[in-house]
Design a protein around this ligand. Structure first.
Ligand SMILES: NC(=O)c1ccc[n+]([C@@H]2O[C@H](COP(=O)([O-])OP(=O)(O)OC[C@H]3O[C@@H](n4cnc5c(N)ncnc54)[C@H](OP(=O)(O)O)[C@@H]3O)[C@@H](O)[C@H]2O)c1
Length: 340
């Protein structure tokens, strides 16, 4: 079997899961290089990895580069993706920088793996909130055509990175130690000079804001769901609206999704489709919970029910590990498809 030289860029919440996924799935690795802003040795489970400082490194001979650095102008993919591509690597990027760019395939293998072959050096991984919704709805859209969906997310703190996830733990500890449930102004909000947590207390709370607000009072995270869905399903006539909420859960996002299909459909038909949908585990008589889904690869769906007032309209509840299927695993699956 051919083996590949792979680079992982970023060793935060997602990068660590990429290292775990490559190992767990026996990815045919020849040489593995790991980069971050600074060099050091890290331990993941029982394995040690030597992390190289990316600045000043050279990237020749790398076949696939899995990017999990932060976004924006100081982020790894904006600064380095092109350099990897010029040296012959195919870049698979977890961030938001290139997702909607024309000519960049935005891929969830269970939904649109055929787009991978259209790449010109860069393939984008969708946002975690979008991935799990579109895996859950993918079979339904294919069979019956989605007319609209309305999504409310309950998103884990690790979705914002390693430090915010630690922030939930630190806040909870400090509040419990002080015998309080609400004391944001007096909490220690940094560790070694780096900010922890969110702009509001997340322990014992929920925050209905993920990303910045636009003039329309939607957040950037909410628009990601709309725009990424239109690109991935290749259909911008689907009406989509989202409310994204941060909740005090470490890992796994949950979503309540209300959807209407174009063709006539019974509850039994939707159930039959969900049972056969790739990447979906369907719960017919109970429901998935974020704590149970952590470290699992699939998208878990339950609480299917029909709207008693509207035809062809239903609700479902779906849960997935945001660091696995929502990011690292999806990227590794793309790499697996690529080498096929
Ligand atoms: N967390 C999720 O659920 C999730 C889901 C989907 C997509 N994503 C996306 O995945 C990416 C990584 O997210 P994360 O949650 O893993 O973030 P994170 O925990 O904050 O980790 C970021 C990592 O990127 C490295 N990094 C940052 N800037 C870099 C640069 N210029 N060059 C090289 N390395 C750099 C950091 O290096 P140091 O360790 O040296 O500081 C760190 O290891 C983001 O684009 C995020 O939007 C995250």
């Amino acid at each position: 079997m051919k083996k590949y030289n792979v680079a992982v860029i970023g060793v935060g919440a997602v990068g660590i899961e990429i290292l775990r996924s490559l190992k767990a799935r026996n990815f045919p690795l020849d040489n593995l290089r790991v980069f971050a802003r600074s060099s050091r040795e890290i331990k993941v489970d029982n394995d040690s990895y030597q992390v190289e400082a990316i600045e000043g490194s050279e990237f020749s001979g790398i076949d696939i580069a899995l990017f999990a650095g932060t976004e924006g102008e100081k982020g790894a993919s904006v600064l380095y993706a092109q350099k990897f591509i010029e040296q012959g690597a195919v870049v698979i990027d977890n961030g938001n920088d290139f997702r909607l760019q024309k000519g960049v395939p935005l891929v969830i293998p269970e939904v649109n793996r055929d787009k991978i072959k259209t790449h010109k050096g860069l393939i984008a991984n969708p946002n975690c909130t979008t991935i799990q919704a579109l895996v859950a709805l993918g079979g339904i859209h294919k069979a019956l055509g989605l007319k609209k969906f309305i999504l409310t997310s309950f998103q884990a703190t690790s979705g914002a990175g390693k430090k915010p996830a630690i922030g939930l733990w630190e806040e909870t500890k400090q509040l419990v130690e002080n015998n309080k449930t609400n004391d944001f102004d007096h909490l220690n909000k940094e560790i070694k000079g780096e900010p922890l947590g969110f702009s509001h207390q997340i322990a014992f709370n929920v925050i209905p804001q993920i990303g910045g607000f636009g003039d329309d009072n939607y957040t950037s995270e909410e628009w990601k769901v709309v725009k990424e869905t239109h690109k991935i399903y290749g259909d911008d006539t689907i009406n989509i609206s989202a409310t994204c909420v941060r909740v005090p859960v470490f890992t796994s996002h949950s979503e309540a999704i209300y959807f209407t299909v174009r063709k006539k459909a019974t509850l039994a038909r939707i159930e039959e489709i969900l049972k056969a949908s790739e990447g979906v585990v369907y719960f017919s008589d109970s429901f998935p919970l974020p704590l149970e889904v952590e470290a699992k690869d699939e998208v878990y769906v339950g609480r299917l029910r029909r709207d008693p007032f509207e035809e062809n309209s239903f609700w479902l509840w779906c849960v997935a590990d945001n660091l696995r299927k929502g990011a690292a695993l999806n990227a590794v699956q793309i790499a697996e498809e690529l080498i096929k």
